[in-house]
Design a protein around this ligand. Sequence first.
Ligand SMILES: Cc1ncc(COP(=O)(O)O)c(C=O)c1O
Length: 388
Amino acid sequence: MSGFDTAAVHAAACEPPCNEPAAAPIYAAAGWTFRSLDEVDAVYEGRAHGTVYGGSGGPNHELLENLLASLHDAQACVVTGSGMSALAVTLLALGSARSRVVASHDVYGNTTRLLGDLERFGVRVEHGDLVDRSSVESLLAQPAQFVIVETISNPRLRVADVAWLAQRAHACGAWLVVDNTMATPYHCRPLALGADLVVESLTKFIGGHHDVVCGAVAGSQKLVEPIRVLAGRLGVVGSPFEAWLAARSCSTLGLRLGRSSKGALEIARWLQGRREVHKVHYPGLEPARDAASQTLSNGFGSVVSFELAPERAAVNRFLAALRHLTLVLSFGGVATTLSHPATSSHRALTQQQRQALGIHDGFLRLSVGIEEPEDVIADLERGLAALA
Ligand SMILES: Cc1ncc(COP(=O)(O)O)c(C=O)c1O
């Protein structure tokens, strides 16, 4: 009979069941066992299907990667611990100190900051309006290595013409990297439009419940493999539980976004008719709608931005009057939430940068969930009444 501690360590083996669980198990192991050195070689060399080490991903990552690759019709996909790490590893794996990066001027605030960090290593970054064709032509008159754009920009919700940008990027020798977080593959599959890589923050609509922080990048085998190697080396692949949650959420993505994007259009139209609202940003409204339809399908997304008078105290009164909607500094959950880009996603920018983007104290971003739109409208009505 073994000692107490030996029994406590070794007696926990579970007999493999004769049938399969209907839900994917969570493989929480960092270390994996091997029966021989030959098996170690076979797994390392890809001749046998197995996991080397949890730090570079395991079966839950693989399941999510296969799922996202199929939703994007991509050859390959790598899951990382966040949307930002997906973008950072992409640039580190494929770029060099001599890279010239052309990025949209209204990308997520932390993306702007990340590109600023890369400038310390010699990378040249230029921001411009990648929705405006003449601005793209002048930015891409010189060679570049990466063009970075968001399908639907955050928070001004301008839609990039991904197919045209891909042609222009390729003509100057650049890869087009599309951050598709706002659109998700439900509304846009950038690779099918000619983009080289698609980055997703799964923390938002794909996770869908404010309980996951995760990211991914998908594209050709050739581009994704070096990104996979670096993500594994750095150990930024995120936990199996997060990958499991994100994969579980993918199955309801179409149901959730089908409903919330319809609600978003209804709410955007209602906001347009309110005198307290100075401007509504939504790709499904005229005049943006026709151009947005070139890139988006199944609707125009579930985020609506709107501008009140630029007064912080009035925004606080508006927020205090709401019954259901809460101020959440993220987006993409099943509940409708509001955020205030000037104090959150774009806080890291200078006042001047925010001003150039039109992000002032009265600018609000509404992430529409799956509630009945009339209830969301009733709550917004309560908020707007507090401005009188
Ligand atoms: C458009 C966009 N891309 C990327 C990110 C970063 O995602 P994560 O928080 O998963 O790193 C965000 C976060 O808000 C975002 O809005």
